[in-house]
Design a protein around this ligand. Structure first.
Ligand SMILES: Cc1cc2nc3c(=O)[nH]c(=O)nc-3n(C[C@H](O)[C@H](O)[C@H](O)COP(=O)(O)OP(=O)(O)OC[C@H]3O[C@@H](n4cnc5c(N)ncnc54)[C@H](O)[C@@H]3O)c2cc1C
Length: 444
């Protein structure tokens, strides 16, 4: 491994989400000083948090799967493995005005909305999918066609279509089978021998981990500058020599850019071909709105409730405090309602009050005794680039980490493939980009 002196090269990392932080940490580990430029007032990006009466809470619900090894390795290196807690997750499904548990294979066998033969077919599908190795055959098929073929129309309509539509809305029918295959595989990989799913969390929330990572970066000599958006790049020939900000240019021998691809396209457009910038803008993203409710008591005993009702405009009801205890939040019960949507959607444009009122109207159809008095506080969080749309042929759209500028590397969520984005892969990707950067610096 290349070891460069602390007085040696300096790299600017754009973005302090988990990818940017992991890149900065990995650079530091290799003896390279990193300056992280973050436009927000806090670190964490999409996995960022806000203050509650108790522990800080993620703006968008977050957990890990037991197979998230890149994250677990990083936590181990920080000496924080004892902070990771593993807990069983209770999964359910709301269908035709009724609640069903779906945490174990036995729950699936008892899932009465489907005929017995379809339940067995569904269970076998879940098992079989985990064994698929040749995922390339799923790249040019839509998830809708693939799932219909595997489980039949009834299973598709009752189980899969609402999930796909809940996540991708009007773009649901365009999503590639490879995306869905990976989701099924991921959830399967977090199940123990009993078939029960286990999920992981961090004591004090994801912000406590981000703080530990920031402390490690600073101890290595790295620097994190908040409220400092990058506005462009300074380039000399084919090399980046700095990152422009409103307060002046941050000189750098190399740059790792971690925001969404269209943001990177804007930053780099003045120095790359039009064709290259157009390529970076080709992948479509959905935005996300998360309404977070703090309630006086629990809604149900289920952590992750999929709502298979086409009129319910959210991915599901995620009762976080059925995973992390309410005692972490001064006894308040935390519920997330998350919706992926184009940023032109009226729900994305609504005021916080309107979005909360609409959310409560929908939620009361399932939980009629959810009165206004039970809602102790509410928060609305929005993210413009929350989910890349993994359409057919997606692999051909992904830009390489190496850009036309020799010392500019891209490590952006949309490059993660065939896995879906997540903090585990953000860490892997950030560290890989740092390695490429370090090698480029050695080459000179
Ligand atoms: C609703 C939802 C639920 C999720 N649930 C989970 C989960 O349960 N588990 C999990 O592991 N993952 C989950 N994820 C995914 C996870 O949050 C992301 O994959 C991960 O946080 C991405 O990290 P990143 O650093 O690549 O990108 P980001 O977090 O997007 O970080 C990019 C950073 O760049 C900054 N930035 C942008 N432009 C500029 C600029 N011009 N100058 C400076 N800074 C800039 C942004 O402010 C941001 O901080 C979820 C995401 C969403 C939206």
């Amino acid at each position: 491994m290349a070891q460069l002196a602390a007085s040696g090269p300096k790299v600017a990392v754009i973005g302090a989400g988990f990818c940017g932080l992991a890149a900065a940490y990995e650079l530091g580990r290799r003896g390279i000083r990193a300056t992280v430029l973050e436009m927000d007032g806090e670190v964490g990006g999409l996995a960022g948090s806000f203050a509650t009466e108790g522990e800080p809470l993620e703006k968008f619900y977050h957990h890990w799967f037991t197979s998230d090894v890149h994250m677990m390795d990083l936590i181990g290196e920080l000496g924080q493995s004892d902070k990771v807690v593993l807990r069983p997750s209770r999964t359910g499904l709301y269908y035709a005005h009724d609640f069903f548990k779906l945490s174990t294979p036995l729950d699936l066998l008892c899932f009465s909305p489907l005929p017995l033969a379809s339940r067995i077919r569904l269970g076998l599908l879940a098992l079989w999918v985990r064994r698929i190795r040749n995922w390339r055959s799923l790249e040019d098929v839509t998830a809708a066609d693939w799932l219909r073929k595997l489980g039949g129309e009834r299973v598709y309509q009752v189980v899969w279509a609402p999930l796909l539509h809940g996540k991708f809305g009007s773009l649901a029918e365009e999503v590639a089978a490879v995306w869905f295959w990976n989701k099924l595989k991921l959830r399967g990989s977090s199940r123990g021998g009993s078939g029960k799913e286990q999920l992981a969390y961090y004591q004090g929330g994801f912000s406590a981990l981000a703080d530990a990572l920031v402390a490690a970066i600073r101890a290595q000599g790295g620097d994190i500058q908040l409220n400092r958006p990058a506005t462009g790049l300074q380039v000399d020939g084919q090399r980046v020599v700095g990152v422009c900000t409103k307060e002046g240019t941050v000189a750098a021998d190399g740059v790792v850019a971690t925001p969404a691809l269209p943001v990177i396209a804007d930053l780099a457009a003045a120095h790359t071909s039009e064709e290259y910038a157009t390529g970076l803008r080709r992948i479509r993203y959905l935005a996300n709105v998360c309404v977070v409710l703090e309630l006086d008591r629990s809604l149900s005993d289920i952590y992750w409730l999929n709502v298979n009702d086409p009129n319910f405009p959210f991915v599901g009801v995620i009762e976080h405090t059925n995973f992390e205890p309410a005692s972490s939040y001064a006894g308040r019960h935390i519920v997330y309602l998350s919706r992926y949507l184009p940023d032109s959607d009226p729900f994305y444009q609504m005021s916080d009050e309107e979005a909360t009122a609409l959310t409560l109207t929908h939620l009361r159809r399932m939980f009629p005794d959810l009165s206004d008095e039970r809602v102790l506080a509410s928060h609305v969080w929005r993210a413009r680039h929350a989910q890349p749309v993994v359409e057919r042929g997606y692999r051909r759209l992904i830009p390489s980490a190496q850009t036309p500028l020799r010392n500019l590397f891209i490590a952006s969520m949309a490059q993660i493939y065939p896995q879906d984005r997540g903090t585990n892969y953000a860490v892997k990707q950030g560290r890989e980009a740092a390695q490429l950067m370090a090698e480029a610096l050695v080459r000179g």
